[in-house]
Write a protein that binds this ligand. Structure first.
Ligand SMILES: NC(=O)c1ccc[n+]([C@@H]2O[C@H](COP(=O)([O-])OP(=O)(O)OC[C@H]3O[C@@H](n4cnc5c(N)ncnc54)[C@H](OP(=O)(O)O)[C@@H]3O)[C@@H](O)[C@H]2O)c1
Length: 329
């Protein structure tokens, strides 16, 4: 069936300014790390993307290696862009990244100019795009001079292959250097993409303050700790869950009794607020104005619908915040 986006798509979504840039991002963005590869069902992926856009999600996040196999999430996204979103490119913020292992030999990994420029060329081909909106360096490279990696990002913008650039998984000190170098080159760093959830809070030790001070946006990834911060693992490991899939990145060993104890208590607190645990976990990140957008992943349209409801209540009383801290401690 031909897809016609909902005319109401901008009504319910909140858009937040990304740092001190001119760009606004939806409070929830959708990532295609899992569930969009050739191992997955294309029609499910298509439905998720349609529902997301209908709900005002304008930002879709990819990387060269998303799949499996690597590259296949970009290929599938490209197919769906062609069939469903062809007239809507100017309403979309599409990001991709390079930094993890993508192809054999010395030029398909880490942070050289050779790798970043070639990889983005490949990504654009797979997605059938002339440019991406945001291009990220996916992780810091301890061996390539930061100057070279940042110069590659700047070059890519000058070539017109990306409108903005960002960094991901950079610790505060190296992020500060990268932000300063990009500013000197006239291509400000738009955004930082760190892992951040109730279970993973390193960004609170300096990174969020730095980004606010520098006017750089923040888009936390794995906000549900890959599904742990939902009620799905409370009674075992469901067959269709990420932890059960051989290509899933969530290891069964991560689902410890200690974590399950916390999840159970958080789930009760969520119920008292009239939310699901997933909604609570997303709302807890969105309460911080330094967070531009929360980058979710979903395996079904129903999960997307559930997570979108988090936007209905992102306020917490001091008592609720204290109770959450007491559980997480
Ligand atoms: N920059 C980086 O290094 C980096 C690294 C990782 C991810 N990312 C980005 O961040 C995005 C999100 O990461 P993520 O997929 O790990 O995020 P996540 O939101 O923490 O986990 C997503 C998983 O949680 C489960 N889930 C989601 N919503 C649910 C709901 N409402 N109820 C119950 N279960 C729900 C699903 O698991 P099941 O599959 O079990 O159903 C889903 O696949 C990625 O797609 C990618 O774009 C970036």
């Amino acid at each position: 069936m031909i897809y016609t986006p909902s005319p109401e798509r901008y009504a319910a979504m909140e858009y937040r300014r990304c740092g001190k840039s001119g760009l606004k991002l939806p409070a929830l963005s959708l990532g295609l790390w899992h569930n969009f590869g050739h191992v997955d069902v294309l029609e499910n992926a298509r439905q998720i993307l349609r529902d997301a856009f209908d709900a005002g999600i304008t930002h879709f996040d990819l990387a060269n290696n998303y799949g499996p196999p690597p590259g296949s999430a970009e290929e599938n996204f490209g197919k769906i862009l062609q069939t469903d979103f062809r007239g809507f490119r100017d309403e979309l913020i599409i990001s991709t990244k390079a930094g993890y292992s993508m192809w054999q030999g010395p030029y398909g990994d880490w942070g050289s100019k050779k790798y970043l420029v070639s990889s983005l060329d490949q990504s654009l081909k797979r997605m059938g795009l002339d440019y991406v909106d945001i291009f990220y360096h996916h992780r810091p490279d301890p061996d390539t001079p930061l100057e070279e990696t940042m110069a590659a990002l700047e070059l890519i913008v000058r070539q017109g292959k990306a409108l903005y650039v960002g960094i991901s998984n950079y610790q505060p000190a190296e992020a500060a250097r990268a932000i300063e170098m990009l500013r000197q080159m006239g291509t400000p760093c738009l955004i930082h993409q760190p892992k951040y959830s109730m279970f993973e809070r390193w960004v609170e030790e300096g990174l969020l303050d730095l980004l606010e001070q520098e006017g750089v946006g923040c888009i936390p990834f794995s906000p549900l700790a890959q599904g742990l911060l939902t009620n799905k693992y409370l009674h075992g490991i469901p067959e269709t869950s990420r932890a059960a899939k051989s290509h899933g990145n969530l290891q069964k060993e991560h689902i410890t009794d200690e974590k399950l104890g916390k999840i159970k208590q958080l789930n009760e607190l969520a119920q008292q607020r009239g939310q699901t645990l997933a909604q609570l976990a997303l709302a807890w990140l969105l309460k911080d104005p330094r967070v531009t957008s929360v980058l979710i992943g979903v395996s079904t349209p129903a999960q997307l619908a559930d997570s979108l409801q988090s936007l209905q209540n992102t306020r917490f009383s001091a008592e609720e915040l204290d109770a959450i801290e007491a559980i997480l401690k």
